[in-house]
Every structure is written in structure tokens, then in C-alpha cells.
Design a protein around this ligand. Structure first.
Ligand code: ADP
Length: 489
């Protein structure tokens, strides 16, 4: 019986393999850690060979636990976005360490392009900003700084790809594709262009010949090489992690929006077939491409969310566990005037100020760790409120918010979000939405469901709802204090 989908979720800190059934239940899971390399301040690298080997090991363990490859209809892949892998087409071996999305080494190159006036045209074409985050400047850095990458480019054997592209190559032998959701994070794909754009490749100095073919998010992307598993498996789903989570949250209609609260927070709103053009420094991105038709999303991210709670625990030592913040926050009626602006690594959307630094205002001798814990959770909700206002100003008002990620388990935060946003907040019982989205894409391509709507009905499961319960005057006073503190940083 082929009644399972194998999801390979290649994340930043770990890679996982999961077996999903038609009802969305998870039948087997295997997880392997990925080594983080920090060769210089601001640099983050991965060993692409390690990503591949860890993925293969996890996939094999998961397949064995679920009773063999014959149980599976297909593979769906989801991945950390923007990270760049360079490999040799003849040997299939990496040519350099992969440069991870968080890496800031190309900040100066981005600044020089901005100074030269390229940002408006790049943003119009790609939906993105000139930030080291995205792939193109990382590719250019490898060409300029790695002798192996430069030599491979000269002899025509260079292959570039994001992580899903690398994994498909290794799984199938030599298929060089990238799905449109991942491709739209490179700065090299125009939002309305079917393939990578020659003009953008020229601007960033990336050879078009090294790039993969852009494909749908659901379809036939090749079959695994004989010998990898106990039977070959078809690869049928591909999506970047945040887009996959949006699919996994069932945000299939324009206006539906999800927020993932992990280390940072990522908000994506389905914009339908409308090209997303932000006037408030939000990002426009491809949500999915199915049958050649694109659905777009508007995206905003907050750099610091769960990592603030981790900082309270590990650096300040004022809490023993992340989950303790819920009880601490509830133990006081308010923050006692304390406002925490968590710009520990700059401010994300809609401010987009990497140079801003954090501030803690309004403390007195009456301030306790409970007030600080509460201020930390409130900061996450306040930052989400700023995003909500920016989305509304860009023509994407939120009617409700679907939340997931490790930090969404905090009931106090979920209720505070409903209060400060003034809309319903929904949290699925099964919060592995990223992997679920990849499973849904592969399930649709396998003919299990007619479309993603049907897949969501079958696979998404029950949700818990939180509704607004805060006095309007209290809310307005809190937002005014927040805005004043943000203005200071
Ligand atoms: P990532 O995928 O970015 O590694 P996760 O989704 O695993 O992150 O979420 C982990 C983050 O969420 C950590 O930074 C942690 O501090 C925070 N977190 C986890 N549980 C809670 C909780 N109950 N309350 C507040 N924060 C939490």
C-alpha cells in the first residue's frame, strides 16, 4: 500500500524525514543535526555534503520505521531558503561550503548596488530588497572568492542551487531544477518571469548557465537513484520552508495569512494571482506555482521572536525554561510600564533597520523578572501588530491569523496576539506545518487530492482559536508606548 508521503525537511539546524498519512497524521520521524560553521563574525556556512548525507540517513531511518519504501507514494521536499550550494556537474561534489541565508558577508556589495540606484528596479522585478539574505550576492561572492567555483564556471561544469535543488540533484543523479517558491528568493527570478532573468544575472554577475530550470511546486521531478532506498521513489513536491508552512496552514485563498514563531517570526499572506508590490518594505514572493500558474505572497519577518525568550533564559538567566514565560506573564496585571524593543540584531519589516539596537525602557525598583518576561512576550505581539498594519497599508488586511512554530505553543502569547491584533488567532493542534505543506504538494501531485484545498481538508486537522479580550483603551495605551519606544531605537 502506497499510503504515505515521505517529507524531507532540510532546515537550518537540523534535517528531518517524516512519514505523513492521508489524514495528516505522522507515522514516523527521524532527525539529524547539521553542523553550523562560523568562520568569521557574520559568516554562516554549512557543509553541503553533510546536508546530503544527513538527509539520506534520516530518509532511510524513516522509511525503515514506516515499513519500507513500498509504503510511500512520493517524496516532498522543503528546505531552508536562500542558502546557496555550488557543485560540480560531472562529479556531483560540492565546490565550496554552502553560504547560509543568515550570512552577512555580502552587505557591502548590496550597499554598493543600492548606492548605484539599483534597488527600486530590483524590488519591482523580484519583490525582494538588496539584502545579503538573498542568494544572488552569495553566488557572486563564491565566484569571486573560491578558485574551485571560478574554475568550474570557466569550464562550464558549475551548478548553483538552493538546498532543494541540491537534494534533487543528489537523489536523482543529475536533475537540475529549482521550484518557483525557492527560485523567487534568489533575486534572479522576476515575479512574473517563468525562468531566471538574464538581466538580473548580469547585474549580479551570475552566469545563467549555472542555474537550474525553474519548475512547479507539485509535479514529477524525477525518481530516486537505484540503491538509495529499497525501492525507487518519485519526487513530487518542492517548496521553501515558509511557503510550505503557508500551504500547510491551508492558506489557499487570497487574504489568508500565517505567522511562524520560531527563532524569528515569518508572516506570509496569500495574494492570489496579484503581483505583490510593497510600499512598506515587505517582500513579494512566489507562494506556489502549480500547472505553470503562480500564486503570490506578501512576506514580512521579525528577526527576534523565540530567540528573545532564549536570551532571557541563557544570557540573563531570569527564566529556567521558555514555557515558564506564560505563567510569569500571567502573574502580573501588566508590565509595570516596561517596554522591550528586541532589536538585538536590528529591526525587520516594516522598519528594515539592521543597524537598530535593542532598548528596555520604563523600569523602576518595582520591576521584576515577571514584568520583563511579560514585556518580552508583548514585544512579539507588538511587532506582529506593526506587520499587520504594514500589510493592511499594502492592500493585504488580515481577517484572522494562523500561527505555528515552537513559540506558538505559548497560550499567553496566542491570547495576547488576539488581543493586540483584534482578530481571531488560530493554532492547529499539529504544528508541523512546514513538513505538512510539502506533504500536501506531493499528495496533490500523486493524485490523492484534486487540489490543495482538498488536501488541507483531509490533512490539516483541528485548530484551537483565541479571540480578542482586551479593553480598547488599554490596547491603545500599550501600542502608543510601544511606538514611542520603537521611535527611540
Ligand atoms: P526554529 O525552528 O527557528 O529553530 P522553533 O520553532 O523550534 O524554532 O522554536 C523554538 C524557539 O521558540 C526558541 O527560540 C524558544 O525560545 C521559543 N519557544 C519555545 N517554546 C516556547 C514557549 N512555550 N514560550 C515562549 N517561547 C518558546
Amino acid at each position: 500500500m502506497t499510503d504515505l508521503i515521505l517529507v524531507l525537511d532540510a532546515g537550518t539546524t537540523s534535517t528531518r524525514a517524516m512519514a505523513f498519512a492521508r489524514d495528516g497524521s505522522i507515522r514516523a520521524v527521524s532527525q539529524c543535526e547539521i553542523t553550523q560553521h562560523y568562520p568569521q563574525p557574520g559568516w554562516v556556512e554549512h557543509d553541503a555534503q553533510e546536508i546530503w548525507e544527513a538527509t539520506l540517513r534520516c530518509a532511510r531511518a524513516c522509511i525503515t520505521a514506516a515499513g519500507g519504501a513500498a509504503q510511500f507514494a512520493a517524496i516532498g521536499i522543503t528546505n531552508q531558503r536562500e542558502t546557496v550550494v555550488a557543485w560540480d556537474r560531472t562529479s556531483g561534489e560540492p565546490l565550496a561550503r554552502a553560504i547560509v541565508w543568515q550570512d552577512r558577508r555580502t552587505a557591502e556589495f548590496c550597499d554598493s548596488l543600492r548606492t548605484a540606484g539599483h534597488e527600486p528596479a530590483v524590488q519591482h522585478a523580484t519583490g525582494l530588497l538588496l539584502d545579503p539574505y538573498f542568494s544572488a550576492t552569495k553566488m557572486r561572492w563564491l565566484l569571486d572568492n573560491s578558485g574551485e567555483v571560478a574554475a568550474a564556471a570557466r569550464t562550464g561544469v558549475l551548478a548553483f542551487g538552493t538546498v532543494e535543488s541540491w537534494l534533487v540533484w543528489k537523489l536523482t543523479g543529475a536533475t537540475h531544477v529549482s521550484d518557483a517558491s525557492n527560485a523567487s528568493r534568489t533575486l534572479l527570478l522576476a515575479l512574473d518571469g517563468p525562468q531566471f532573468d538574464p538581466g538580473l544575472c548580469d547585474l549580479f554577475g551570475v552566469p545563467l548557465a549555472a542555474l537550474p530550470q525553474v519548475v512547479d511546486c507539485a509535479g514529477e521531478f524525477g525518481t530516486t537513484l537505484p540503491g538509495l532506498f529499497d525501492a525507487p521513489l518519485a519526487i513530487r513536491g518542492l517548496a521553501g520552508d515558509q511557503q510550505a508552512a503557508t500551504v500547510g496552514q491551508g492558506c489557499n485563498e487570497p487574504g489568508e495569512v500565517k505567522a511562524t514563531y520560531g527563532t524569528g517570526a515569518f508572516v506570509l499572506a496569500n495574494m492570489g494571482a496579484v503581483l505583490p508590490r510593497s510600499r512598506h518594505r515587505l517582500l513579494g514572493t512566489v507562494l506556489t506555482q502549480l500547472g505553470g500558474r503562480r500564486t503570490y505572497a506578501l512576506e514580512g519577518s521579525v528577526f527576534v521572536a523565540g530567540s528573545l525568550v532564549k536570551w532571557l533564559r541563557d544570557s540573563l538567566g531570569i527564566i529556567a525554561s521558555a514555557s515558564e514565560t506564560a505563567a510569569l506573564a500571567a502573574s502580573v496585571p501588566d508590565t509595570g510600564g516596561v517596554v522591550l524593543v528586541p532589536a538585538l540584531s536590528g529591526l525587520g519589516a516594516p522598519h528594515w533597520r539592521p543597524d537598530a539596537r535593542a532598548a528596555l525602557t520604563g523600569m523602576s525598583f518595582a520591576t521584576t523578572r515577571a514584568h520583563l518576561a511579560r514585556a518580552a512576550l508583548e514585544a512579539t505581539a507588538n511587532q506582529t501588530r506593526d506587520l499587520m498594519d504594514a500589510f493592511a497599508a499594502d492592500g493585504a488586511p488580515w481577517a484572522a491569523l494562523r500561527i505555528d512554530g515552537g513559540m506558538s505553543a505559548n497560550d499567553w502569547l496566542a491570547q495576547d496576539l488576539a488581543n493586540i491584533l483584534g482578530i481571531a488567532v488560530e493554532r492547529p493542534e499539529m504544528v508541523e506545518t512546514t513538513a505538512l505543506g510539502a506533504a500536501m504538494l506531493a499528495a496533490v501531485a500523486s493524485g490523492w487530492f484534486a487540489d490543495l484545498d482538498e488536501a488541507a481538508k483531509s490533512m490539516r486537522g483541528p485548530v484551537v482559536s483565541f479571540t480578542q479580550a482586551m479593553d480598547g483603551a488599554v490596547k491603545n495605551a500599550r501600542l502608543a508606548a510601544w511606538r514611542e519606544a520603537v521611535a527611540k531605537v
